[in-house]
Design a protein. Structure first.
Length: 329
């Protein structure tokens, strides 16, 4: 029996990895132990700080920060998580914040400063709405995935363990909150909390039409010793993730599998606005623009002290011109 390379993969429990998790798709020459039962921030910390996994879905912004510091990580351009971010900027309804520029001079909370969601949120506030990230006082609940020294012009405060940015927003201790997820006060319809952009979907669609960017949240990190010892692994993993995504998208076209009344209409609307494959992996033109925008925001916001080039971020997956697409015996 041929022995396969055993690797541990930590990632979210997504539809687009279902075929890998269930074993329908198996990367050639690799036996994966797949771990999905941890939240994103824990997974990112355990990979970037403790190097616990061979391969892991990891925060794009923290990975950029790690590469900017010369830390030993590699990645392949597999993007398991994307999300528009206008709808996750929350305000205390008593703060008087009605438009983006009302954030200037305010107290704004984040889970942690390096998280990718807030990288995009700060970036779009600055580039699209004229709100400089240095014009606010920042309050971070968690420590960072990688060591981070704030620039001199950044007013960043670390909260004690007994403080929650969600509760601080409800209580009016902070005026606004940039967050990766739906927060409890919104889910529970607490009248003390609202969204900066009530019609956030319209803002997000217009943002995409202006920029062509569907924000990438996570990349697939891989320990560099794996790449050095087994240089065939990144390509085989990339191919397996693409095949798993293909199977998932084919399955998801069927509206019967999803308990939503207008699911098919939402699917068709996504195609009409974002195109046929907005979840594409690899370094196509749109993904390159998106990654380079994130790197630009990271430099602007002080996450890195120099521009990190695309060639530094991702392992070269080239198999030669016109090679790798078909299997022939």
């Amino acid at each position: 029996m041929t022995k396969k390379l055993e690797l541990t993969l930590a990632c979210g429990d997504y539809e687009i990895v279902r075929a890998l998790k269930e074993g329908t798709v198996r990367p050639d020459g690799i036996e994966l132990t797949i771990l999905t039962e941890m939240d994103s921030t824990t997974r990112h910390w355990r990979f970037l700080r403790n190097r616990e996994f061979d391969v892991a879905e990891v925060s794009l912004s923290s990975y950029i920060a790690a590469k900017g510091r010369g830390l030993p990580f590699e990645a392949i351009p597999v993007f398991l998580h994307r999300r528009f971010r206008h709808g996750f900027i929350y305000t205390n309804t008593g703060s008087g914040i009605r438009e983006p520029k009302d954030l200037i001079g305010r107290k704004v909370g984040v889970k942690n400063y390096l998280v990718t969601a807030t990288l995009w949120q700060r970036g779009l506030l600055e580039s699209e709405y004229g709100v400089p990230h240095t014009s606010m006082d920042w309050y971070a609940e968690l420590d960072e995935d990688v060591d981070f020294t704030p620039p001199a012009d950044l007013r960043l405060h670390r909260l004690p363990d007994d403080k929650s940015v969600e509760q601080m927003l409800v209580d009016g201790e902070i005026d606004a909150l940039l967050h990766p997820d739906l927060i409890d006060p919104i889910v529970k319809k607490d009248p003390r909390v609202g969204r900066l952009f009530p019609d956030y979907k319209r803002e997000e669609v217009e943002y995409f039409r202006r920029t062509g960017i569907f924000p990438i949240m996570h990349v697939l990190g891989i320990r560099p010793e794996i790449v050095a010892r087994h240089p065939w692994v990144p390509i085989n993993l990339y191919q397996a993730f693409n095949e798993a995504k293909r199977i998932a998208m084919e399955r998801m076209e069927n509206p019967r599998i999803v308990p939503l009344a207008w699911y098919r209409e939402a699917w068709e609307e996504q195609q009409a606005i974002l195109g046929d494959d907005p979840w594409a992996n690899g370094l196509n033109e749109q993904n390159i623009r998106t990654i380079e925008t994130a790197v630009g925001y990271a430099l602007q916001q002080g996450l890195i002290g120099r521009k990190v080039e695309l060639s530094e971020l991702f392992v070269d997956l080239s198999q030669g011109r016109k090679r790798g697409n078909k299997h022939r015996v």
